[in-house]
Design a protein around this ligand. Sequence first.
Ligand code: SF4
Length: 349
Amino acid sequence: MQAKNDIRNINEDELAGFVDESGEKSYRKGQVLDWLWKKGAVSWDEMKNIPSDFRKKLSGKYEIRPLEVAGTEISADGTRKLLFRMHDGNFTEGVLIPSAGRTTACISTQAGCPLKCAFCATGQHGFKRNLDPGEIFDQFILLNRLSAETAGRPLSNLVLMGMGEPFLNISSVLKALGYISSPQYLNFSPSRITVSTIGIPEKIIQAADSQFPYQLALSLHSSIPEVRNEIIPAASRYPLQELQQAMAFFTRKTQKPITVEFLLLKGVNTSLREAESLVKYCSRFSSKINLITYNEVPGLPFKKPAEDEVAQFLAYLKKKNMVATLRRSMGSDISAACGQLANRSKLVK
Ligand code: SF4
């Protein structure tokens, strides 16, 4: 027997065709979409305004494959890391980060990651597969619910900075974000959604050309080719100059600055030469720089920089009038901080 597809993987035209073939009125399509992408239904039984014989036809052809929360860990700073189990037994992770007046969800776009950045726990555990649109959407729903329960307010920000490189799974990412941000569905402002990438020039240009409504963050971590290629081996395929041109094109076209993420690794990318190079690199496009101090990952050789190393780096950027901040790392005690997601065995119930 042929395996059923998750109904959230099909497009709206296919759903319209199925409604028609089933002899149903065309408005049923809108009702099904509402249940899936507005009310977050995870079973056919919830779809009360859909006649039971049509629900039976739907379930004969399609499945709904919701994410299941397989474990939670809570940091001393209130950050919560959730482990999600998928229908095929693969796992992915999401993080809820509460801070003064806002709650941010960090979600994943892949199970594992094929890019193998040298400092990142996720990259060391290999790549399993791309997430489906529904699996990306469900992380938002589950973390939004958790935010309401634990912080007493819905999510204020969404970042795609968890496991995986979003631009390597862009069709699922755009589909999920489309429903999350559409006024007709979850109506979460696209300006509060940030997609973070290691920087694939061709994809960034395509995004700019297609009026990408979300914020873009570039995980740069070094603007010196030999250093960047060492810590992000996949970056050797995307020359820094080409990436810089793509960033300039994006900011011109969308009129939005790019957040440049710079993870400070002791003795690797904290030199004055790096700071000078970063200023020069970012001068070609509108940017704001986020410095992040590294959280050590067991088994990896990288170390957290000393406070004065970080302070000097930041001071240089400020002296050169760059918009730069030092981002406080959250959740490092539960391996929920940047580059630490992958420690799933501790979480499984
Ligand atoms: S830092 Fe991001 S892109 Fe690099 S391996 Fe980790 S998850 Fe993948």
